[in-house]
Design a protein around this ligand. Structure first.
Ligand SMILES: [Ca+2]
Ligand SMILES: [Ca+2]
Ligand SMILES: [Ca+2]
Length: 273
């Protein structure tokens, strides 16, 4: 039956171009021409269904893709936010640590400066002490030398007590020859020390330049006196007593007497350090 219809259609188609009667023959067959619109419609419907299914499928696919994309974006945004938060906190900690280290560095710098200053002061002190030690050693050496030659050491001075007796002027010259001078009495301790030597001795005090004006051999005026009253009386046998002795028969702080400079006595030289 289908083969026949096909033959007829094909025949009709051929005839359309050749014969008008043949066309009329085709249109007069209701069984085969009534199925075509349904077939076309079915095909079209099928295609539409396929198209619709495709569109729905694509729509679902794109919706899912968009949702995935949004999820990813949200996740990324959260990650960025977390990273930003962590970074800010870490930066804060680093800043605090930096500030602490800076403060510590400044404290160390200050301590270093103080220690440097202290070291310099100690160095200066050490240098001064080294110098002082050198001076003391030199002084000790000189004292030892002098003591070996009969000098005595008392309160920063060396004293030489003569074994001979000479006039005041000769006595002074002897002291000058020894690099010293007749003793100058500066304190009651020194006066007591000299008195305790128990010798009548010349000291470096005279009023030979101007009667009544007593001066020490270094030309300083007399301020502290240890005269035995009523001395000085300027009353020797020559009537002119211009040089001073320490007597041994008086009290330690009242022992001076003026005598004629030509008298011969022991003497005491003093070399001060
Ligand atoms: Ca003295
Ligand atoms: Ca006198
Ligand atoms: Ca006298």
């Amino acid at each position: 039956m289908d083969q026949e219809t096909s033959t007829q259609v094909k025949h009709t188609h051929t005839d359309t171009h050749t014969k008008h009667n043949s066309t009329l023959y085709v249109s007069t067959e209701p069984d085969s021409s009534g199925k075509r619109p349904f077939l076309v419609a079915a095909v079209c419907l099928g295609l539409l269904c396929v198209l619709l299914a495709g569109i729905i499928g694509l729509s679902v696919y794109y919706n899912r893709a968009i949702k995935d994309s949004e999820d990813k974006r949200n996740n990324l945004s959260q990650s960025c936010s977390l990273y930003k938060t962590n970074t800010t906190a870490e930066r804060g900690q680093l800043q605090t640590r930096y500030n602490n280290l800076t403060e510590e560095r400044d404290q160390l710098q200050t301590r270093y400066n103080n220690l440097t200053e202290e070291r310099d002061q100690l160095q200066t002190r050490y240098n001064n002490l080294t110098k002082e030690k050198g001076h003391i050693q030199a002084k000790l050496y000189l004292i030892e030398q002098h003591c070996q030659e009969g000098w005595r050491y008392f309160d920063s001075s060396l004293y030489f007590l003569s074994s001979e007796k000479k006039t005041w002027k000769e006595s002074r010259q002897d002291c000058l020859d020894r690099g010293a001078d007749l003793v100058i009495i500066n304190s009651k301790e020194e006066q007591t020390f000299l008195f305790n030597l128990k010798k009548r001795v010349w000291i470096g005090l005279t009023d030979s330049v101007n009667e009544g004006t007593w001066k020490w051999v270094d030309d300083t005026p007399l301020t502290t006196r240890y005269w035995h009253k009523p001395q000085p009386d300027n009353a020797g046998h020559t009537g002119n007593e211009d040089c001073v002795e320490i007597r041994t028969d008086q009290r330690p702080l009242e022992a001076w007497n003026d005598m004629s400079c030509d008298s011969k006595l022991n003497w005491i030289c003093e070399k001060a350090f």
